[in-house]
Structures are given as structure tokens and as C-alpha cells.
Design a protein around this ligand. Structure first.
Ligand SMILES: [Zn+2]
Length: 96
């Protein structure tokens, strides 16, 4: 599923992250996540503005291309609550 996608850091994009389905690229804005610790960005709750949330969120878009944004956000949050440290570390590793 999301395995074939490459992860690219783009600190200039106007979002925390997005998916290019044609090029199979997940873009992540690292800087925005740091900024969001001080002040919410783009009307996204700060609790959802973590790197790991964004990466998982974009992966959920890939796994469920037709799912609405609201539901993606909800299942991402739920998955993160149940997620082991090991899996979280693996996700972080994909971004380095
Ligand atoms: Zn989204």
C-alpha cells in the first residue's frame, strides 16, 4: 500500500503534508509542525499537528482514497492511541 510512496520534506508547502497520488510522493512540512507547537496553523487542532499524526494521516489517504477528511482525521487519532512505541519509531524513521 503506502510502501511504494516516497517521503519528501517540503518546508515551504502551505500544509502539514499531502499526497501526490500520481508521483507516489508523500510530502511533509517539518517546519510547520515546529511552528504549530506555539500556535495552531491552518485551523488544525494542535493535538493533530504532530509529525507522526501527519504521516499516518497521509497514509490513511492512500489506503482510503475516497474517505472524507473528517473521517481520516478521526481514524488517524484512534490509530495513534493504540499504536505501540515500536511502530511509532518505525514511522519516525521513515521521515529521516
Ligand atoms: Zn487530509
Amino acid at each position: 500500500m503506502a510502501k511504494k510512496y516516497k517521503i519528501k520534506i517540503d518546508n515551504k508547502m502551505e500544509a502539514f503534508g499531502d499526497v501526490d497520488f500520481d508521483k507516489k510522493i508523500i510530502r511533509i512540512n517539518r517546519k510547520a509542525h515546529i511552528k504549530a507547537k506555539k500556535k495552531a496553523l491552518w485551523d488544525i487542532p494542535q493535538k493533530d499537528s504532530t509529525l507522526i499524526n501527519t504521516l499516518l494521516h497521509e497514509k490513511m489517504h492512500i489506503a482510503h482514497p475516497k474517505m472524507k477528511e473528517r473521517n481520516i482525521r478521526k481514524i488517524t487519532r484512534e490509530k495513534l492511541i493504540e499504536m505501540s512505541k515500536k511502530i511509532k519509531n518505525r514511522l519516525y524513521g521513515e521521515m529521516s
